[in-house]
Design a protein around this ligand. Structure first.
Ligand code: PMP
Length: 417
């Protein structure tokens, strides 16, 4: 990308206009305007999402699928309308393939405990990669312990990319499931998920994609990807916390047993036994996060107006700009330099602990994350206890990154020199 095309895109994308629609971004923090660069942890919410959630409580709050009264009908229609928005967002074939969950973590646990428990046994293998978030590691360790299956890991190279030769080698006759992140939260690496899915399918192995760090940054089409499961969290997509979705291919979901029992997931109940409801309700026991689902639908609508293609291009340019700025900081080392990266800048600085970096930046109103980012094996791979991480959203600007770089320079001058 040349500087000229970079500047053209910067001017084309009205980040400042979108930013004005996020009330929290107008706040000052520690007496400074807020530079919010912790979007991989959670994103801020636009007024449209806050309003949609508040409107539900103000105007149509009622339990869904149960009542015969007007409010319940309205609430059910809004909830199912949100499901249809998620379906369109992921380009799933039917809304019944969209299961509302608390977030990515719950989605992966659902697949592990339902699909995994029903299909894994001693000698079977689950294949993941070295860049996974703990929530795409631990549920597999748990189901492996329950079933006698084994967890296999395709490791990373020095840039933080998955070694595809190893991925191919580990994908064998015993592999029963592949579970991979679309984008790494700790490194920003974009996995070649389409290639991984093709390789797995050539062996008849289904694939779960952890899309927590992808859906807010790039258009996702589950039919084009041909994945079998796709998981994401609303709160990283400008929507409320406590809501997310699992896409599952109908043929697999139909054959899977429910994983939680309770109201709504049953067709009949007697003391002798129970029968299960249709998809997607079979996997949605109990009263769901109705307001959250409606907020998620509103966020998807909002993101449609912003335009995910434009977001992807804009954030890519910010990433290039930020990477160049950070590389000029004395003693700074980028952790995660894959050729194909999303908007995440993970780094360490000689002589400064990541947490101290985070604390110093905070005093200047710059919010980043410091720690292991729920990806301890990634830290181990790079031989660092923690990194500092700035992560981008479409409401960030070059000015946010300039402030990050200035604050880092001051930190280095104060503590290292
Ligand atoms: N996977 C990845 C790649 C993530 O970044 C995260 C959140 N940091 C998760 C899974 C878990 O998401 P949640 O906590 O919203 O369930």
């Amino acid at each position: 990308m040349t500087i000229a095309t970079y500047s053209a895109h910067q001017q084309d994308f009205p980040a400042a206009r979108w930013r004005a629609e996020f009330p929290l971004l107008q706040r000052s923090v520690r007496g400074q305007p807020l530079a919010y660069l912790d979007n991989a942890a959670t994103t801020q919410k636009p007024q449209a999402v806050i309003d949609a959630e508040a409107r539900y409580y103000r105007e149509i709050n009622a339990n869904i699928h149960r009542g015969v009264h007007w409010l319940s009908e309205q609430a059910t229609a809004a909830h199912e309308g949100a499901r249809e928005r998620v379906r369109r967002f992921l380009n799933a074939r039917e809304a019944a393939e969209i299961i509302f969950v608390r977030g990515t973590t719950e989605a992966i646990n659902l697949v592990a405990q339902s699909y995994g428990r029903a299909n894994l046994g001693p000698g079977d293998e689950v294949l993941i990669t070295g860049l996974e978030h703990h929530s795409n590691i631990v549920p597999w360790q748990m189901v492996c312990a329950q079933t006698g299956a084994t967890l296999k890991v395709a490791t990373l190279d020095d840039t933080g990319s998955v070694r595809m030769d190893e991925f191919r080698r580990l994908l064998g006759a015993r592999t029963r499931l592949v579970a991979v992140a679309h984008v790494s939260n700790a490194l920003g690496t974009v996995n070649p998920v389409r290639e991984m899915i093709d390789l797995a399918h050539a062996q008849g192995v289904p694939v779960l994609v952890d899309g927590a760090q992808a859906v807010a940054h790039t258009p996702v089409d589950v039919q084009a990807l041909d994945c079998d499961f796709y998981a994401f969290s609303g709160h990283k997509l400008y929507a409320p916390t406590g809501i997310g979705a699992l896409y599952g291919r109908r043929a697999l979901l139909d054959a899977m047993p429910p994983w939680q029992g309770g109201g709504d997931m049953i067709r009949t109940v007697s003391f002798e036994g129970s029968t299960w409801n249709d998809l997607p309700y079979k996997f949605e026991a109990g009263t769901p996060h109705i307001a959250g689902a409606i907020g998620l639908g509103a966020a998807i609508e909002y993101l449609g107006e912003v335009g995910l293609e434009a977001v992807a291009a804009y954030e890519h340019e910010l990433l290039i700009y930020g990477t160049a700025l950070l590389q000029e900081i004395p003693g700074l080392r980028m952790i995660g330099t894959a050729a194909h990266k999303a908007g995440i800048l993970s780094f360490v600085i000689d002589g400064l602990h990541a947490h101290d970096i985070g604390t110093v930046l905070d005093t200047e109103g710059v919010a980043i994350r410091a720690g292991h980012h729920c990806a301890m094996p990634v830290m181990e791979h790079f031989g660092v206890p923690a990194t500092a991480r700035a992560s981008l959203a479409f409401y960030n600007t070059r000015e946010d990154l300039d402030r990050l770089a200035q604050a880092l320079r001051r930190a280095v001058e104060m503590f290292v020199r």
